[in-house]
Design a protein around this ligand. Structure first.
Ligand code: SF4
Length: 300
């Protein structure tokens, strides 16, 4: 089995919103530029795992990484302090809570071949706590109705529901570089309703590459984003704004233009990045392969 599931928890917002995207993505490799952030995140997780194990008096060897810096030390210290607070809270409610770090969570009973890794699980009577450390500093992520966290919760339920009387899943996304801590709770009953109404039907479509293409902010993490037709059509539709008759734009219309311009700028930056890649290859490959650059040169 591969390291990442096709219908992974971390990409679930995308494949639930645009079900054919998971199969479409298979034809693209990871973007080389993204790996630096991924490596930095991996280093932060390894350091956090080590510190948390030490705080729980477990054996652990400090990892070594070129990405370690004062900021990462501070962020992981803060995460461990928060995690230990949650462990203490669980101990007040239940005398033997289970604390699992970097736990593989299998939710394939609901999503074909679905699995992921939870950063921290605290399993106690009544409440199962799932905590996810996000080291990125792009956008603050909300825990409310967050499918990644709900899938982790499902995987944890698969492991512990028979042993503990779990009624509620408490999910926290801890994002130290944005000073954001988002917590949300859902009852097991409501979670299972979501599974039946939303998750299972969409997962069936996604594994087959079926359903409707639907663009949105989740496209940022899609490997097909530069050449996706549905995304291009959506942005081109946005560009065709219609205004009322008076000769001057109103403040509301200007606000609308700015919103659309921002989205268009992000999309065109993605397309330019894609077009620039063949330019590098051009030195070694026949010119006919570089039609994008040829067309750009013609226009100048
Ligand atoms: S870029 Fe967006 S619309 Fe296109 S396949 Fe990916 S998620 Fe779907």
């Amino acid at each position: 089995m591969g390291k990442h599931a096709l219908l992974s928890a971390s990409s679930s917002k995308r494949w639930l919103s645009c079900t054919p995207s998971a199969r479409l993505e298979e034809q693209f490799k990871d973007e080389p530029g993204g790996s630096v952030y991924a490596e930095e995140g991996t280093a932060a997780h390894a350091l956090a795992e080590h510190k948390l194990k030490k705080a729980l008096k477990r054996r652990s060897k400090r990892p070594v990484s070129d990405y370690h810096c004062d900021e990462m030390e501070e962020c992981t210290d803060g995460y461990v302090a928060f995690a230990m607070e949650q462990v203490e809270l669980a101990r007040q409610e239940c005398k033997d809570p289970v604390v699992l770090i970097e736990q593989r969570l299998d939710y394939s009973a609901y999503v074909p071949e679905g699995f992921g890794t939870g950063d921290l699980l605290i399993v106690a009577d009544h409440v199962l706590t799932v905590i996810d450390l996000k080291y990125g500093k792009g956008v603050a992520v909300d825990a409310e109705w967050n499918p990644q966290m709900m899938l982790y919760g499902l995987g944890a339920l698969e492991l512990f529901d028979a042993l503990y009387d779990i009624e509620v899943i408490r999910m926290t996304i801890y994002q130290p570089r944005l000073e954001s801590v988002s917590t949300w709770e859902i009852s097991v009953k409501d979670l299972m309703e979501w599974v039946e109404m939303e998750l299972k039907p969409k997962a069936v479509l996604a594994i087959k590459g079926e359903g409707e293409y639907h663009s949105g902010d989740w496209c940022r993490f899609c490997r097909a984003k530069n050449t996706c037709r549905a995304r291009a059509e959506e942005y081109l539709r946005l560009a065709q704004m219609e205004f009322k008759q008076p000769p001057l734009l109103t403040d509301e219309e200007i606000a609308e233009v700015l919103k659309v311009a921002d989205e268009l700028a992000k999309w065109s930056a993605d397309v330019y990045a894609y077009v620039s890649a063949p330019m590098i290859k051009c030195k070694k490959t026949p010119k006919k392969k570089c039609r994008f650059m040829a067309e750009r040169r013609k226009k100048r």
